[in-house]
Design a protein around this ligand. Structure first.
Ligand code: SF4
Length: 564
């Protein structure tokens, strides 16, 4: 067990699961038993299933809307596996006819699987956050900033916030609906990760890996070793923290845990707005955190907020522009979160006193359309609008599909959208001949970034790689990375197929990833780097070792670049 980055005051303790969690486990098991269709509700279930069968394609929002409609009529909130189990029971009882196409149609999880990786989201236990941000909801039953009735939060609470139970249940649920879970990105949410005790963090990650591995390990290192060669691999580990928590020690700790991506709330790049909203840090803190994260190879996922206290639509447009014009910021991924006014945030009192007003839907749509059109081609906009259940929103926008509306607005205005998510090929069939390599180069305050991508003629993305060259004078937070180019991300699109399955024509199996890595090594060699590092997740180590000559080297994997 490595010991270099322990905080002396954070002693390891054995976490004993309370009885409550054991009870909740029993509840979970009960939930996976045959669904109880209350007498008289059969026609309602049948109508729901038929309606879902008619919506093609069945998008996530379509599904949610339909379920919501039937929950108002008296059905419980049903996940897809519940619907499928109810369908099976109704067919077995002779009340519906079995149609395998309908099952496949309902099973489909197009967006989740199209990035080639299954995302499993888990929440940490309720815990305070050092931040005092006035827009952030507080619910003592939840980790800071989460509402109890958010879908992910409900799931976590049902499992007593136990990492093992949450992960195992999610994998089981996904596999139950025919969704392969061999490549898992673990998304750990909840307040500020770095403010939890380190022994809790280590235990939490180990228990998630235990669930992925399907067996227990004594230490985190053992769980990681098993995962590196196991049937289900952890191919990404994401945590969320504050910018003022990032320093060299924290970076080492995050790598020790196996973290590959960090979510940071930028929220604003306007000092006045940051202060008014009591963020407790300045813009420079964001710049410093991003520089260190980038130099250590992490993928940087920023959150940016519109409509904060003190902002106007005009100031928001200018602020959004600073995400890209300020070379020290430039995140790799972004969530755009217009402030949502909820009663259990301090901002609510400002609103009651008439000191804060949410934008109306039209103003917000125009603003978001303008923002989306500004996003550079190397950035993925993962989400627009926080998925708070709209019943919690006191005033302002209540539309959960505002991204779609804003995208359509921007398209109607003839504006070009270039963000990664907009351009992913998803399930489209492409051949190698359809793709060409494109290199987009941009500067940050400490690195030159090369965004290598394989794209079709109409700029649809089959895969990309983020290659980072630290500036010669950059002060490296982790000195062992001196002289190394860094691969921060390799991403190939296509469904999350199990290893060995055939996927003719889909990008994952065309060697797009290998071509990108080969190209990155060549570019690094030509730029004079003697070594190249990759911030590999535990579960991708074998791939880099076997196919690309990398070897585990401290907290990273590295390869020597030889002269041609
Ligand atoms: S730092 Fe994040 S979680 Fe903490 S109070 Fe601020 S917004 Fe909420």
């Amino acid at each position: 067990m490595r010991s270099f980055c322990r905080r002396p005051n954070k002693m390891k303790t054995q976490i004993v699961l309370p009885e409550e969690i054991q009870t909740q486990t029993a509840v979970w098991q009960a939930q996976h038993a045959p669904i109880t269709i209350e007498p008289g509700q059969e026609p309602l279930y049948a109508a729901l299933i038929e309606e879902l069968g008619e919506i093609r394609p069945l998008t996530g929002p379509d599904y949610q809307r339909t379920i919501r409609k039937y929950s108002r009529k008296g059905l419980p909130w049903l996940g897809k596996s519940d619907v499928l189990r109810a369908y099976g029971q109704l067919c077995a009882a002779g009340r519906m006819e079995y149609d395998p196409d309908l099952v496949t149609h309902i099973q489909k999880k197009p967006i989740r699987s199209q990035a080639g990786v299954t995302v499993v989201t888990v929440l940490t236990k309720p815990y305070p956050c050092p931040g005092k941000c006035i827009f952030c909801p507080t619910d003592v039953r939840m980790p800071k900033s989460y509402l109890r009735d958010e879908p992910g939060a409900q799931r976590a609470e049902r499992h007593g916030f136990d990492p093992y139970e949450q992960t195992a249940a999610r994998i089981q649920a996904l596999e139950q609906i025919g969704h392969p879970a061999e490549k898992i990105e673990l998304l750990i949410l909840g307040g500020t990760w770095s403010s939890y005790r380190r022994d809790y963090q280590e235990w939490f990650v180990k228990r998630c890996l235990d669930a992925i591995n399907g067996e227990e390990s004594v230490t985190l290192a053992e769980a990681q070793e098993k995962n590196a060669v196991g049937p289900r691999r952890n191919v990404g580990l994401v945590v969320e923290t504050r910018q003022d928590e990032i320093d060299a020690d924290e970076l080492r700790w995050l790598r020790y845990l196996g973290v590959t991506k960090v979510q940071v709330g930028i929220q604003s790049l306007d000092e006045r707005v940051l202060a008014l909203n009591q963020r407790g840090h300045d813009v420079q803190a964001t710049r410093d955190a991003f520089r260190q994260l980038r130099l250590a190879g992490f993928k940087i996922h920023g959150h940016w907020m519109a409509n904060l206290l003190g902002a106007t639509p005009e100031s928001d447009r200018a602020d959004f522009g600073r995400l890209w014009s300020d070379t020290a910021v430039r995140p790799d991924e972004l969530k755009i979160y217009p402030t949502m006014l909820v009663p259990n945030a301090e901002l609510y009192e400002y609103w009651q006193r008439g000191e804060y007003q949410p934008y109306d839907e039209e103003t917000l749509t125009e603003l978001l359309a303008d923002c989306l059109a500004q996003v550079p081609r190397y950035v993925r906009v993962n989400r627009v609008i926080r998925d708070f259940p709209t019943t919690n929103v006191v005033a302002g926008n209540k539309k959960a599909n505002l991204r779609q509306i804003a995208t359509q607005r921007a398209e109607a205005q003839g504006r070009k959208l270039r963000d990664i998510r907009y351009r992913e090929i998803r399930r489209d069939k492409v051949t190698r001949a359809d793709l060409h390599l494109q290199v987009t180069t941009y500067e940050t305050d400490a690195t030159t970034e090369h965004f290598l991508s394989y794209e079709t003629a109409d700029e649809r993305l089959a895969g990309f790689l983020r290659l980072s060259f630290p500036h010669p004078d950059a002060e490296l937070p982790l000195p062992e990375l001196a002289g190394h180019a860094m691969i921060r991300e390799v991403h190939v699109y296509g469904p999350a197929l199990n290893l060995g399955e055939d996927s003719q024509g889909e990008a994952q199996h065309m060697g797009v990833g290998s071509h990108l890595i080969h190209q990155a090594k060549e570019m690094a060699r030509q730029a004079g780097f003697g070594k190249i590092a990759v911030i590999s997740a535990i579960g991708t180590r074998e791939y880099y070792a076997r196919h690309h000559g990398f070897a585990v080297d401290g907290l990273y994997m590295t390869a020597v670049l030889r002269d041609a």
